[in-house]
Ligand binder design. Structure first.
Ligand code: FSA
Length: 437
């Protein structure tokens, strides 16, 4: 597995549970510059378990409950959770309906926010100076906030390492292929481990694939993952200015974007424009009707964002913090997630014939809302390894290629913003030119 969000959590829980031969392989040192979780912050909203829902609701709520417990209590994760509250908003009627649906059954946790003044009052005076025209939403001052994402990844890695896990990076850690027994034992085709870019072969009793949006490079996933890019930008503030912005709740308009308080260390304010995502289409054979058929989406690294995205970030700032709307960006990047069709994780033993007998466990498919599940992922993977996973979870997270036959690569998957469409990243107007050092 790679040393990203889930990989580090898995390494930590394995090490905590007495597994003494854990190796994490990644082309880069943790935290990798391309890991989606290598970020200043990610949204966290607490969740609880439910007993009698559908498989998917049960499995998701359980994951959410497990991670909530860890963010609140686990000494490795707890310091990184900032329980500063959450303000969610929408501008159109349709998106507002979606918000209402989202909080159904939990209405008493929130209060309504319906005017510019009410939005402004969710933060100290001088932060939200915008006019919030047409905004409506809900806020809560507890039970949610944000996590210092990069800090949590580093903390999990360091603790896993202290407990004996090995992390290997560079060419030695860059996995290029799976190794099958057929290479040395003709007629027998079990998975033996992996090979890295410098030729090193790592033999393993169990191999875990936790490499996010890049999983497709190593395995035919039958269209179950759609690598999709989102966009983020930073504005660097002075330490004095950043003081006013401390302990802010997260503000998320599901059609426009979100931000969290500036980093305490570097005083950078991260802003994301919300949209249904960008794909980088991979085409297969042209159909008989002459139509180019999409067969996938290929992630690539870029520490810039499309200029349309910059425009959306600035439009979002104009509505919320117009005093910052013209500030230069100090950093920007695209960040790849991998959506399954139902946005549930894909955690399962890989049982296809070509690797029969090998033990390959998949832990992929974060679907853009799984950073918060980080601490739970390692716990759940241990359950899979020990045959203790409950049936509902097993069914909800199973290998499910039947869901992605004839996949609609342009499905917005309940997301809002921009033109309301998934966009083609090869067709953007241009890219920002932020100096990187
Ligand atoms: O639900 C959440 O935890 C917020 S995820 C943040 C985000 O940028 C989404 O807003 C976006 O739609 C995509 O899923 C990537 O993640």
């Amino acid at each position: 597995m790679r040393g990203g969000t889930w990989g580090c959590s898995i390494a930590l829980e394995l090490a905590r549970n007495g597994y003494n031969n854990v190796t994490v392989l990644d082309g880069e040192e943790v935290p990798s510059s391309t890991a989606a979780g290598n970020d200043l912050n990610k949204i966290m909203e607490e969740g609880t378990q439910s007993q009698d829902d559908t498989d998917a609701a049960y499995a998701w709520n359980r994951l959410h409950d497990l991670c909530t417990m860890a963010w609140l209590n686990d000494p490795i994760y707890k310091p990184h959770y900032h329980r500063t509250g959450y303000v969610m908003a929408a501008s159109s009627d349709a998106a507002y309906e979606a918000l209402l649906k989202d909080i159904r059954g939990r209405e008493d946790e929130y209060h309504e926010v319906a005017s510019a003044e009410q939005f402004q009052k969710t933060m100290p005076e001088g932060v939200l100076t915008g006019d919030f025209a047409g905004w409506r939403g809900f806020a809560k001052s507890s039970g949610a906030g944000w996590v210092f994402a990069r800090g949590a990844i580093i903390a999990a890695k360091q603790e896993a390492e202290r407990l004996g896990a090995r992390f290997i990076s560079g060419q030695q850690g860059l996995v290029t292929k799976f190794v099958f027994s057929s290479e040395t034992e003709p007629g027998h085709n079990a998975l033996r481990g992996v090979q890295s870019a410098d030729g090193t072969i790592y033999r393993a009793y169990t191999t875990i694939l936790a490499n996010g949006a890049n999983a497709d490079n190593l395995l035919d996933l039958k269209y179950q993952l759609r690598p999709t890019a989102w966009t983020l930008a930073h504005i660097k503030m002075t330490p004095t200015k950043a003081e006013l912005y401390k302990d802010l709740p997260v503000l998320f308009n599901i059609e426009k974007g979100f931000f969290m308080e500036p980093s305490a260390e570097t005083h950078e304010l991260k802003i994301c424009d919300e949209h249904p995502g960008y794909i980088n289409p991979v085409y297969g054979e042209t159909s008989p009707e002459g139509e180019k058929v999409i067969v996938g989406s290929k992630p690539f690294a870029r520490h810039q964002i499309p200029v349309e995205s910059e425009e959306r970030v600035r439009a979002f700032l104009k509505e919320t913090m117009p005093h910052l709307a013209a500030r230069p960006f100090s950093f920007a990047r695209i960040c790849w997630d991998a959506d399954t069709v139902d946005r549930m994780p894909l955690i399962d033993w890989h049982g296809s014939d070509d690797i029969a007998g090998g033990r390959l466990l998949l832990a992929i498919g974060g679907s853009g809302h799984c950073f918060k599940t980080m601490p739970a992922m390692g716990q759940v993977v241990v359950e899979y390894l020990e045959g203790k996973v409950d049936d509902k979870t097993r069914r909800a997270f199973r290998w499910r290629p039947e869901m992605s036959t004839d996949r609609n690569w342009w499905d917005v998957q309940n997301r809002w913003g921009a033109q309301g469409e998934v966009m083609d990243i090869t067709k953007v107007k241009g890219w920002t030119e932020i100096a990187t050092n």
